[in-house]
Design a protein around this ligand. Structure first.
Ligand SMILES: [Zn+2]
Length: 404
């Protein structure tokens, strides 16, 4: 990838075209609708939605690749450059610093990288993903280093536009979050965002989504929580990662937080792409707890800007549905487990952003056995078109940078 193409959007669009070609299938939405699960789009259809956003002026960039080599796309709207100071080089990974010492800390992902890359399922002529080289700075000092030098292959200017980060598709079964996210981006694409920059990654865990889609198409009722290595990406961020309680360690036997902070290429790509940005707002869309949650997740005492967080959380909770969502800190929402390595803590601690996690919809199952046995139905309402629009309106002021 010639350096001059970084940030031009060319790399992102080319990767999207390749992925669209690989993932063209009969629409999943029709199949799911017939089964009473809701007209949710499949991975290929979601990529088509990104393509349409790019047609409408959104800038697309490739920020990395998943364990199985699927592209990780960021959608940029508003001010600022798509790449900022740091770029992702296809084949070169997100950095070329010294290799991290593997096997540090817990190693539940014994399969390791090479085995995972062997299963690379992308296009035949795609270069092998090169995530072997990862930041060592964040392990040693707990911080991602400044952009530049070897890590980036030439540092550009630091991106100083105030940025809102929007994430979804971290947990593979939570597709309402992805649908709400895309509806939000369509809305934002039509607005003048002034000097604000939007950095959105609608599908953080493509391997997980593809696995869920495979199960849905095959009629298998499977619970899927992690990436291709079984790591829960929302326990892999570098935020209190070592502070794990007993229960969490026991649960870790089933759902792994990874071998170290940002051990997973999906999380590392995000951390790297965001490292030089001035992030003051962050929104992560999950499902289906009907709640607006704010930091902390990993400790008990309130964050310094709890009042501001709470004001936004309450406002969104009231507007999200006719019956308001709950609004509280994450640690209160799930007080029985200490939650380390979450994205909202990382975005708040590392970047100082006001960070909200929205549990979209309430997962009302009803009594139909076909829904009770289908994990997809636990997380996704039957009528996404009823849930997404009010949510979009509810989060819009926060995302646009309105004051509390
Ligand atoms: Zn989730």
């Amino acid at each position: 990838m010639p350096k001059s193409d970084q940030g031009s959007g060319e790399q992102g669009r080319a990767a999207l075209r390749a992925a669209l070609f690989v993932h063209r299938r009969t629409p999943l939405s029709r199949l799911l609708d017939r089964r009473g699960l809701g007209a949710y789009r499949g991975y290929g259809e979601l990529l088509e939605a990104l393509d349409r956003l790019a047609d409408r002026g959104a800038r697309l960039s490739l920020i990395g690749r998943s364990v199985r080599g699927e592209p990780l796309f960021a959608v940029h709207l508003g001010a600022g450059s798509p790449v900022g100071g740091v770029g992702y080089r296809e084949g070169g990974g997100v950095g070329s610093a010294a290799l991290p010492a593997h096997g540090e800390g817990r190693s539940l992902n014994g399969a390791g990288r090479s085995a995972a890359y062997g299963a690379h399922g992308g296009g035949a002529d795609e270069p092998a993903p090169g995530h072997g080289a990862t930041s060592t700075a964040n392990e040693r000092t707990g911080r991602f280093g400044p952009p530049g030098g070897e890590r980036t292959g030439g540092a550009g200017p630091r991106e100083r536009a105030r940025t809102t980060v929007i994430l979804s598709g971290i947990h593979p079964l939570e597709w309402i979050g992805v649908e709400a996210h895309l509806a939000l981006l369509e809305r934002l694409a039509a607005e003048d965002l002034g000097d604000r920059s939007i950095f959105a990654v609608p599908i953080v865990n493509p391997d997980g989504l593809l696995r869920v889609e495979m199960n849905l198409r095959a009629g298998r009722h499977r619970y899927v929580r992690g990436n291709a290595r079984g790591v829960d990406l929302n326990r892999n961020f570098d935020a209190g990662w070592y502070e794990r309680g007993l229960v969490q360690r026991l649960i870790g036997l089933v759902v792994s937080p990874g071998s170290r902070p940002a051990s997973e290429p999906e999380v590392e790509a995000l951390a790297h792409a965001l490292s030089s940005r001035r992030i003051d707002r962050a929104l992560s869309l999950h499902s289906a707890g009907g709640a607006v949650l704010y930091p902390p997740a990993n400790r008990r005492w309130p964050v310094a800007d709890a009042v501001e967080h709470r004001a936004f959380a309450l406002r969104i909770a009231r507007a999200a549905d006719r019956r308001p969502y709950r609004a509280m800190s994450y640690v209160r929402f799930a007080w029985w487990i200490r939650k380390a390595g979450l994205e909202i803590d990382w975005l708040h601690e590392r970047h100082g952003a006001l960070s909200l996690l929205v549990e979209c919809s309430r997962g009302r199952l009803g009594l139909r056995p076909s829904r009770l046995v289908e994990p997809f139905a636990w997380y996704n309402p039957r009528k996404p078109a009823d849930v997404a629009p009010p949510l979009v309106e509810a989060v819009l002021p926060f995302v646009r940078g309105a004051r509390a």
